[in-house]
Design a protein around this ligand. Structure first.
Ligand code: CAA
Length: 383
């Protein structure tokens, strides 16, 4: 068992860390206040090759796998969690998904612009009545000649109002539930397809969120990803492969919160000494650091299993569950250590505290992760 990163991975980590400190930190607070996705910064992620991680070089990608994606996402989230979300939705939920399940024609057309950061991707799954119950999709896809005609709406779609390429899930027959789900690639600008921005989020405010509306929207049948019977399983395995990256985002948020807390406790003096000298504070720091490390190990274990082609669904859910709850807990402790200073926007800890919450909700709530883990444990363990 080897827990050390390769030299190439350390170089990637250093590059992303320096980029995030230099280019993300300066405007993070303003983008959060203005709820502003930055196309220019997204393109910079492309310049660095981050939008092509896990995608073969011949398709405009940067190679590597999920471990490398997690390294990049963690370092971005450590400084600006919203920017890590732009990347992981476009990459893990769209580009890598099309690369894995698309036809040669779909891969040739849609993956290179996404991999180079010239196009943004989004994953159109969640609906007003289909959140945790992923088989309950209501958006209808009706086959008419060479097209599928979409009618229905999506909600809470990350990158939704800035994306060019959407991986949209719909049902050919609501009564069939999971067996009726299909996946289609839908281009921005397709007739009958509109987006409506959803503003005023608690956290991840510099990420874009939108409703998607489809009204007699004809999508070429050639844009069907996987076959008609495999849509639900494709969605589930795309989510499996993305959950370690959400875990990495949560680790980045937790690590960023810990960094801020340590810096503050060394500077803040009370009772004639830095508060870092108090044992009560040190115990909090020790708990935070231990939980961050445990989360990181779970995340990299899940990503490594995936990259080696081994089963990883349970491990991905464990990583996502533990890391997201750690992010919330560590951000809460870090804010507590800032005292009143943490309650104002002057300190980034206030933003990390707000950003942490969504990691327990999207890509499967903590309750859904527990359900997935328990199903595996019960199936694996003899009665
Ligand atoms: N991989 C492959 N196949 C899978 C699978 C997986 N991980 N999980 C289930 N399946 C298969 C099952 O084997 C079953 O196949 P058969 O019919 O051949 O037996 C089929 O799919 C149906 O499975 P279930 O009966 O287990 O389905 P279910 O209705 O009980 O749902 C669930 C299972 C795990 C709860 C699922 O609904 C789920 O994951 N819900 C959460 C949805 C979610 O994560 N949404 C996030 C939206 S995207 C997002 O948040 C993006 C963002 O903004 C960043």
């Amino acid at each position: 068992m080897d827990f050390t990163l390769t030299e190439t991975d350390v170089a990637l980590q250093r590059t992303v860390r320096e980029f995030a400190q230099r280019e993300l930190v300066p405007g993070a607070r303003e983008r959060d206040a203005a709820e502003k996705f930055s196309p220019a910064l997204f393109r910079r992620l492309g310049d660095l090759g981050l939008t092509g991680l896990g995608i073969p070089l011949e398709r405009g990608g940067a190679g590597g796998g999920l471990v490398q994606t997690c390294i990049a996402v963690e370092e971005l989230a450590r400084q600006d969690p919203s920017a890590s979300l732009w990347l992981l939705v476009s990459l893990s939920l769209t580009a890598v998904a099309i690369e894995r399940y698309g036809t040669e024609e779909q891969k040739g057309r849609y993956v290179p612009p996404l991999a180079r950061g010239k196009a943004v991707g989004a994953f159109g799954y969640t609906e007003p009545d289909a959140g945790s119950d992923a088989a309950g999709l209501q958006t209808l896809a009706t086959r008419r000649g060479d097209s599928y005609v979409l009618n229905g709406s999506k909600i809470f779609i990350s990158n939704g109002d800035v994306a060019d390429t959407f991986l949209v899930f719909a049902t050919t027959d609501r009564a069939k539930r999971a067996k009726g789900v299909i996946a289609l690639i839908v281009e921005r600008g397709t007739k009958g397809f509109t987006q409506r921005r959803q503003a005023e989020k608690l956290g991840m405010r510099a990420s874009s969120t939108a409703e998607l509306h489809f009204e007699d929207c004809a999508v070429p049948a050639a844009n069907l990803v996987a076959d008609e019977s495999a849509g639900f399983k494709t969605a589930m395995s795309i989510l499996d492969a993305s959950r370690p990256a959400i875990g990495a985002q949560a680790v980045g948020i937790a690590q960023g919160s810990l960094d801020l807390a340590v810096r503050h406790t060394k500077q803040r003096r009370q009772f004639g000494q830095p508060i870092a000298d108090f044992q009560g504070v040190q115990w909090m720091v020790a708990d935070m650091a231990t939980q961050v490390d445990a989360s990181r190990l779970l995340v990299y274990r899940a990503a490594d299993l995936k990259d080696r082609g081994l089963p990883f669904t349970k491990e991905a859910s464990m990583a996502k569950l533990f890391a997201s709850e750690t992010a919330m807990r560590v951000a809460t402790m870090a804010l507590q250590l800032h005292g009143g200073y943490g309650y104002f926007k002057e300190s980034p800890i206030e933003r990390f505290f707000r950003d942490a919450k969504i990691t327990e909700i999207y890509e499967g709530t903590s309750q859904i992760q527990r359900l997935v883990i328990a199903r595996h444990v019960l199936a694996e363990t003899p009665g």
